[in-house]
Design a protein around this ligand. Sequence first.
Ligand SMILES: Nc1nc2c(c(=O)[nH]1)N[C@H]1C(S)=C(S)[C@@H](COP(=O)(O)O)O[C@H]1N2
Ligand SMILES: [Mo]
Length: 356
Amino acid sequence: MADTPPPEMIVRQASPANLEFPFHTLSERLTPPGMFYVRSHFPVPQLDAAEWRLEVGGLTEQPLCLSLADLEAMTPRTLTATLECAGNSRSFLRPKVEGVAWELGAVSTAEWTGVPLAAVLERAGVLPGAVEVVLCGADRGCLEEPAKTPGVIAYERSLPLGKAQNDVLLVYAMNGQPLTPQHGFPVRAIVPGWYGMASVKWLTGIYVTNTPFQGFFQTLDYSYWQHRGPLSPQMTPLSVMRVKAQIARPAPGETLAAGQPYIITGAAWTGEAEITRVEVSTDGGLHWAEAELTDPAESHVWRRWRFAWQTPSTPGKATLLARATDSAGCTQPTQHAPGQGKYMITFPLPIAVRVE
Ligand SMILES: Nc1nc2c(c(=O)[nH]1)N[C@H]1C(S)=C(S)[C@@H](COP(=O)(O)O)O[C@H]1N2
Ligand SMILES: [Mo]
């Protein structure tokens, strides 16, 4: 069953579907139904809710085999979380890099309902010596790019035990509706504050391990060179989202009337902290002024913001930038660190507009 995307969605890849939310349409805090971005590496697996089972095993006292009814019988939790693909804004990188050419819309926000992964792990009984929890998707295939997979593999990703036992949810509903096939029906993980690749869709397996997982999407893909101590950089799996603000309006390339008031709008988000400040520059980064935050601060959820601008009275070009700071004191870097490759693109993105 293929969901037909709303016509406004930007198709970055038709099959498997990789669909971008048109970020300039941002208006509500929750991304409208059908407009949440889609990032899939393999075709959507056809799963039947009645037959679906979640196997929990590895370093546990007892293996579990849970049905959807078993999960729905557990105490539900609902949380709002923003997901950003680690490759969002990739099209702004110069020189150009490989990978899906996301512009601004590989980021969206939804309300998710499910059960804490911690409760499921508690039932299984995590044994001493456990260090990680591997989440396994039912989708599989092989890739030639950006790196070649060793034949057919499944989408699998691990979490440190501490994060798995903290705020991760196994969700069966998105904005109060059952998950759609593209977003992971019948059950997916939601890992608040982490880049999207951690929130494994079509979840069918959970394995507790005593060694760090070294699978394809953990090492060859969705990793970066991290500088730590005196050694040369080390390959490290992507995890917590970095602080970032994006401009929604005006859209890149938009033409605005000269000498008029214009409200610049956008959103800002971060990983394990809260957004405390957004600044805007309308002169390519020479001067910055504070924007007004229009949403309350909430962990793991973007905060929309606005900035009242008087467009220049003389026609010409203008470059708009936005930059966020969070409660951990982190702010956006001025440039992309080469060690981050095609991921974590958080330098202030230049939005070029024309004033006429
Ligand atoms: N099983 C599975 N889970 C997955 C993926 C995938 O390809 N297969 N893609 C990941 C990536 S890279 C992102 S950004 C998010 C996207 O979730 P969405 O399609 O619901 O927006 O799902 C993650 N979970
Ligand atoms: Mo992603």
